[in-house]
Design a protein around this ligand. Structure first.
Ligand code: DSN
Length: 424
């Protein structure tokens, strides 16, 4: 039996091969074009990143690391991964980088494998206080296989360093984690290093939500304090979906590499690694520092506009690309608010707030981020406008009828995004 591929197999477009998927992808591009993306974990990648991601490198299977693969034909794969590693090390001034983790959660899991045994104690920020699922939430493997102790935030929403230190001394964890997914303020890495040293723990900083600001020089650098740092490349690093592991020194390289492969992953997603290399090169350019400065200024401009309108922004502002709004004073749920804002083409995510009694599918908060809007060129005045549009909608919801506010906001968003086109 012989097989001859159809001519279209190597030349046919997606639209011709699978019109349903092509239509959905086209519609998603239009949705991104026509709205303001405020989800803190999203961004808009460059055309070059999309090209790397869609290249035939997707066909190549390798396991292992450059120069030590378990498969042949790895010459170009090695070049790609080596460039990604070198760029990550240069960008963050790191002695070690691993670019293979498929996500931030996978990067964290590999760190756990490198440092911990099942049942070991770990101290991390509570998910309800702004932590992350992979830092020991009950539903996650980290929460099931490790003995998790949490620290939280004070009444104003600021990290409670006294509680963190006390919990460290009481629970004597093997690992302390700093960082989270909904905590808007800069973390005091020195306080975490002190606490870790006092109890002989290792320190992991998960900088997923501000890695781009660290790279751009507008956020404190965790590398000098942490034993190991994890990050994602798709938030404010402005690149492909995926994870990174970094360390200031190279002495943990063997342990961390082995934990990623063969510890928790198999073959490398090489087209994603190629796309990571592209975003890291872009982040090494002087232009990226301007981007990082603008992300922070824009997040702060939006926070200030919301505060001015009486909206409860946790901690009153932000040191990162994200801000968290407590909707309880308005009597509105997170799910209702995100649905109504979406109708105005303002996309944000419902998020729990400290002390929230609503379930995760409902929540009492909204999380916003400035990374994607900044990537298309929006500035501080635009983010102040966005803050006011969000406030208009939320206050109208609180008074019982948001229809007019939503219509006005949708029209203002259409005018705004028309000035900042994407993917022409
Ligand atoms: N960690 C999730 C978030 O913060 O939205 C996905 O990146």
């Amino acid at each position: 039996m012989s097989y001859t591929p159809s001519a279209e197999y190597f030349t046919g477009t997606l639209a011709a091969t699978d019109p349903d998927i092509a239509a959905a992808l086209f519609a998603e591009t239009e949705r991104q074009r026509d709205g303001v993306e405020l989800i803190a974990s999203e961004n808009l990648v460059s055309r070059a990143t999309l090209e790397a991601l869609g290249s035939p490198m997707v066909n190549k299977t390798v396991e292992g690391y450059p120069g030590a693969r378990y498969y042949g034909g790895a010459e170009h794969a090695d070049r790609v991964e080596t460039l990604a590693i070198e760029r990550a090390k240069e960008l963050f001034g790191a002695g070690y980088a691993n670019v293979q983790p498929h996500s931030g959660s996978q990067a964290n899991l590999a760190v756990f494998l490198a440092f911990l045994r099942p049942g070991d104690s770990v101290l991390s920020m509570d998910l309800a206080a702004g932590g992350h699922l992979s830092h020991g939430a009950g539903a996650n493997i980290s929460g099931k296989w490790l003995n998790i102790v949490h620290y939280g935030v004070d009444e104003a929403g600021f990290l409670d360093y006294e509680e963190m230190r006390r919990s460290a001394e009481e629970s004597r964890p093997k690992l302390i984690i700093a960082g989270g997914s909904a905590y808007p303020r800069a973390v005091d890495f020195a306080a975490f290093r002190d606490a870790a040293d006092a109890v002989g723990a290792a320190l992991l900083v998960d900088m997923a939500h501000w890695a781009g600001l660290v790279a751009g020089g507008v956020h404190p650098d965790p590398l000098p304090y942490a034993d190991v740092v994890t990050a994602t490349t798709y938030k404010n690093l402005r690149g492909v979906r995926g994870g990174l592991i970094l360390a200031a020194r190279a002495d943990l390289a063997r342990r961390l590499d082995a934990a990623v492969f063969p510890g928790v992953q198999g073959s490398v997603i090489l087209n994603a690694v190629a796309a990571k290399a592209v975003c890291l090169l872009e982040a090494l350019q002087p232009e990226f520092r301007d981007y990082a400065h603008a992300v922070l200024a824009n997040a702060r401009a939006m926070a200030a506009a919301l505060v001015e309108r009486g909206i409860a922004v946790l901690t009153g502002g932000t040191d990162t690309p994200l801000l968290l709004v407590d909707l309880r004073p308005l009597g509105v749920t997170g799910v209702a608010a995100s649905d109504v804002l979406e109708a105005a083409h303002l996309t944000a995510n419902k998020n729990g707030v400290p002390g929230d009694t609503e379930p995760p599918q409902v929540t009492s908060g909204l999380r916003f981020g400035a990374s994607a809007g900044t990537a298309r060129g929006l500035g501080e005045a635009d983010f102040a406008l966005i803050g006011n549009l969000v406030a208009d909608v939320l206050l109208a919801m609180a008074s019982g009828d948001a229809e007019v506010a939503v219509g006005r906001a949708r029209s203002a968003v259409a005018d705004l995004v028309a000035r900042y086109p994407i993917y022409r």
